[in-house]
Design a protein around this ligand. Sequence first.
Ligand SMILES: [Zn+2]
Length: 650
Amino acid sequence: MSVFYLTTPIYYVNATPHLGHAYTTIVADAMARWRRLAGDDVWFLTGTDEHGDKIAQAAAKAGVPPQAYADRISAAFRETWKTLGITNDDYIRTTEPRHKTVVQAILQTLRDAGEIYLGTYGGHYCFGCERFYTEKEIVDGKCPDHRKPLTWIEEENYFFKMSKYQRWLIEYIERRPDLIRPERYRNEILGFLRDPLQDLSISRPRTRLEWGIPLPFDDKYVTYVWFDALINYVSALGGPGDARFEKFWPHAQHLIGKDILKPHAVYWPCMLRAYGEALGRGDGLVYRHLNVHGYWGLGGGKMSKSVGNVVEALSLKDKYGNDAFRYFVMREMVFGLDADFSEEAFVGRLNADLANDLGNLVARATTLLARKAAAPPAFAERILGGVLAPVAEPMAERILVPMADTTRQAIEHAMDEFAFHRALAAIWEFIGEVNRYIDATQPWARRGPELDRVLARLADSLRFLGIVLQPFLPDAAGRIREAIADGREPDLANAAFGPLETPPPVTKLSGLFPRIQTDTPRESTSGAPRTSGRPSSVEAAAKAPVTINDFGKIELRVAEVLAAEPVPKSKKLLKLTVSLGAERRTLVAGIAEHYAAADLVGKKVVVVANLAPATLMGVESNGMLLAGSADGKLAVLTLDRDLPPGAKVQ
Ligand SMILES: [Zn+2]
């Protein structure tokens, strides 16, 4: 059993919960549930950040004391997480005494160690952002965010000697390639650290900012932003010396959005190093991993009833259900990259993946199992009894049973890297295989021991899904376990096929994810991603019919992706090296906004093999990858079952 400590950022109480907060918290929850499922000792923390000018101003505007204001918004976050089924073990608020005590203890320790000094700071200040801007960042003399004039402020403040840790930090990040991940953010930070690191201003005079934690060594000042907020991760565990801290902190992993990369990847490790030094623990207090995700964009769909804002996006959980919401955000966003949120894409995934693939499988399998339990011998005999070849068990042994193991390993690998989308893709490949197993074995036409074998394997499959889906779709997974009367606590150790036994009593479960009727027809279109804004149905209608001979001029082949990499300076293009069996090809595909390069490697795709070569951004492309797109969503065509590279497609 390993120990696992995971944190979300603490959310600033100047805004009510929205899509961005929800995504971070949902993936953290899925990760915490996954590690618990694997038997780990997990501590999962979230909470709220409650100090600062903005809060004091908002409270004044609302005519309430800052604490009352913070109480209200903090409660809204807590309530949202409750309705989303988030399983955090603790909820920290920076206005709690337990937090203030630890912040002050750390400040005092660093002051005593000579790490904090009084200096003068002057700069262009934005009251909206609560921060100073450097000359470089200012746009037309204004705040780049608020577009309002900045105020020059000069004042005495306390500084943390961050600059002296620059060399150490670079070496530390270089020694630990997985400290900051995915790698693009590690590279971003190493790039940032090529410029000299400044000392960090950590206080504000109380004359200007009252709503904060007073410095223990000078109560004319309060601590400012990061020395308050970041320390929540430590204060929630009670700080050094506390049993909970000593147990969980060595395993700390943070999960953040890329907007707060710098404070977490630069300030925080320097603070922890300085504090570790002061306590005689050296590097020992630096966290294990910083996991960074991208931004959500809104309204990718051209025909969309657009999702107006991030709060509205989150409210779709009430319209379509928590599980569907969780599934969509985890499956749609490649962790680390930006993604688009649209109601169309959401409903598309709900219908295709949840209602169709998973929902149908559960309905078919539980119907077969329940019917068998209700009327054992008679039913199969009435229909086609005995005309099928006895292939049921060998097929399960050859495909389903090993696939359960490989699926489990694939989820484990993906979750080790916070690749939630890959974990779900692996589970859905398994779901597809079980659906094919039902089609192939036709259990409705079998009887006796043969039927029992097929049904037992279906029951195994449902039991497997009821466990591995638990971190991602907790409600649906619970209903699946209930349908097959698996009353045990879900445990990854049980996610395997058992020895053949008589199928268990099962209750029929249909409508796990009801299909959503859409008014816009969704059609699949092949070819390169569209750039035209016209509806695809209009385009299809405008095209003249082709004969089979015309179509025969196009050579379509199965290709295996051997390597994939972004085309430099292009946001849209990926360069793919593919195998067509006897030959290798390079082709360029405009899919970089929809797929990470790593996710394509190993995939079997379909290409137009006899397309005339074209040079895109300096790379010669020999062939075209087929992909469908609709409403801003794109999917690469892959194979429903395995074929060798080079196989002809028609
Ligand atoms: Zn501003």
